[in-house]
Design a protein. Structure first.
Length: 607
């Protein structure tokens, strides 16, 4: 990698013959109002400091603007006067600087000046244009003006009209609106900077501003000879505003290649929209999508700082498939978005909302996003098999990670091994979820004990909001699997066939109920039960609408309502003659046994 960094003032990176071209398919102009305001605020600070320093004969304060990465292009011939650089990183600050100078020029054009100062203005305008806006070369014995900077395919014409023709009409894209917004914010800033000054003073101040830009603002410019190396290097350069993402670079490279292969404008427009959707949401979300895509295709993880190189090596090495690969990335990133929001990936599903809600629990509530690449591949399975995997993972991840904070290394390896199997079309058609569940059971046997599960259960209290959510999940899961946990059957493969005898409605329709009241009447308080009233042994499950009507009644009155319940875990309470500490302890012990059995898939036993 041939790297040539140079710390220079802004003026020196605009020598008289240099042009910067943003790659045709690089991301569009993206600076929002906050970026413009920060930029102009920095300039104002240095501008004021410069004026004060000049009065006192002091040194002018410098300001570091940031870094840019560029690659020098080949000349058409050795007599070519212009020097063209491809601007890999830094388009936001350079294009905004050029736009700012263009607005300065428009600003001083409106000044009312005498003849001498009008001539001075003309010279200043020519100087400003020559430094930041245009390169003058001779072609066929005539002078030709070329723009200093050309933006990407979508912004090129609009930006040119804005800078060189003061024409902001017909914005078609968000980036066009951002360019227009930037110009308006700069105009407002220039007006405020010129407030309460006469035309001659404004003309002088604009020249001080020009000198601040050219001499007081410094840039780290990194010139490279290879575009691929420049794309790799971008990751260590922070572009003020929204940084370039790996997706932005992959976008530029892949679409650039498709363009050179002679793709039609219609195809290029289609693929640009695909990349727009992929990179929408900023750096982190883009990286998460692309990392998940890589993982679900390859069956191994990829480091963020090698994402660009790894994608090119793995997916863009076959030039004939680039177009289809981009479409596939787009489709799978949509799938990632849906799965990561807990959206069930099968249309016309016959499952209940409670069943489908398991995906939401796993990914959103429990925040288990590491399983997404595995689920992306598994969504090609029949819905029944996909559901069985989610059914298993929801319970496993809750006890293994959420409750007991165990390390996930073995689980990640299991995901990757299964991804590789499912990506083999011959193995996908014969994929058996029971093999996955068996491996999960092995991980449980190797890493969990009955004692630590019981200790966790005993630590839960309804008084704590997080504990309350955990209690609801545990008790609802016990009800869902009541037939299996209350039987002598310990074969995990029978779990699926013995579920959902009671829970067919939405998860949100259920609420937790205190058997001994949460707020017992003073005359009905039980000194033995008061200390444990928020523990799992005193908590059961009801339909939410029933709970408010008798929540603080004594047990003898609640029994009548419990008897009407179709929930097994609650209905059984109606058989008790009374609710005292002895019954509480019996129920606690029974629940502990059931919880250990359920969340270990029958592999651990609580005596």
């Amino acid at each position: 990698m041939d790297v040539k960094p140079k710390y220079s003032n802004l003026g020196s990176i605009f020598p008289e013959n240099r042009i910067y071209n943003v790659p045709a398919f690089q991301r569009s102009y993206s600076w929002e109002t906050v970026n413009i305001e920060q930029y102009t605020s920095d300039i104002t600070e240095i501008f004021n400091a410069t004026k004060n320093a000049t009065k006192k004969g002091e040194e002018i304060t410098d300001h570091f603007l940031g870094g840019i990465v560029c690659v020098k292009g080949d000349k058409d011939n050795r007599f070519d006067e212009k020097s063209v650089f491809e601007l890999v990183d830094g388009q936001q600050r350079l294009s905004t600087t050029v736009l700012l100078v263009a607005r300065m020029i428009e600003h001083i054009k409106t000044l009312s000046l005498d003849d001498d100062n009008a001539d001075l203005r003309c010279r200043r305008v020519k100087k400003y244009k020559g430094k930041f806006l245009e390169v003058i070369i001779e072609e066929d014995d005539e002078e030709v003006s070329l723009p200093r900077i050309n933006l990407s395919r979508r912004d090129k014409d609009y930006y040119y009209n804005a800078v060189y023709k003061n024409d902001f009409s017909n914005p078609k894209l968000k980036s066009h609106e951002l360019i227009h917004n930037a110009a308006k914010k700069i105009d407002l800033w220039l007006t405020e900077l010129s407030s309460s000054k006469d035309s001659v003073q404004i003309l002088q101040d604009m020249n001080i501003l020009f000198n601040v830009l050219t001499k007081a603002f410094n840039i780290l410019i990194i010139k490279m000879v290879d575009v691929a190396d420049a794309y790799r290097l971008f990751q260590v350069i922070n572009d003020r505003g929204r940084s370039l993402t790996s997706g932005d670079l992959l976008r530029a490279g892949s679409l650039g290649y498709v363009d050179t292969q002679g793709a039609s404008d219609g195809i290029l427009d289609e693929l640009e929209v695909v990349w727009d959707n992929i990179t929408n949401g900023g750096n982190k979300l883009t990286e998460d999508k692309l990392l998940a895509y890589y993982n679900h295709k390859v069956g191994k993880s990829c480091r963020k700082n090698t994402l660009y190189q790894s994608f090119n090596k793995e997916f863009f090495h076959d030039n004939d498939s680039v177009e289809d690969t981009v479409r596939d990335i787009g489709e799978k990133c949509k799938l990632f978005d849906n799965l990561s929001s807990g959206k069930w990936p099968y249309e016309n599903s016959q499952l209940t909302s409670y069943q489908k809600n398991k995906l939401y629990n796993l990914v959103v509530k429990f925040k288990h996003t590491k399983c997404l690449p595995f689920l992306m591949v598994a969504s090609d399975l029949p819905e029944k098999k996909f559901y069985e995997l989610v059914f298993c993972l929801e319970k496993f991840f809750f006890i293994f990670r959420v409750a007991l904070s165990k390390r996930m290394n073995a689980v990640t390896k299991l995901y990757n091994d299964n991804i590789k199997d499912m990506n083999d079309i011959n193995k996908l058609s014969n994929y058996q979820t029971v093999r996955f569940t068996k491996k999960i059971c092995d991980i449980i046997s190797d890493n969990l004990t009955v004692a630590e599960i019981i200790l966790y259960i005993e630590s839960l209290s309804y008084e704590d909001e997080n504990n309350r959510r955990a209690l609801k999940f545990i008790i609802t899961s016990l009800e869902e699997n009541y037939n299996w946990v209350s039987s002598s059957d310990c074969k995990y493969k029978n779990l699926y066939s013995k579920t959902f005898s009671a829970l067919e409605a939405d998860y949100g329709l259920f609420s937790l109920e205190h058997i001994y009241p949460k707020n017992a009447k003073s005359s009905e308080e039980n000194n033995d039960l008061e200390p444990v009233k928020h523990k799992i042994g005193n908590i059961t499950l009801l339909y939410a609408q029933d709970n408010t009507s008798f929540s603080n009644d004594k047990f003898e009155e609640k029994k009548v309502e419990y008897d009407k319940s179709r929930l097994n875990i609650t209905n059984g309470l109606s058989m008790l003659s009374e609710w005292d500490i002895s019954e509480y302890e019996k129920r606690t012990d029974e629940l502990n046994k059931h919880i250990v059995k359920l969340f270990s898939f029958g592999k651990l036993h609580h005596s």
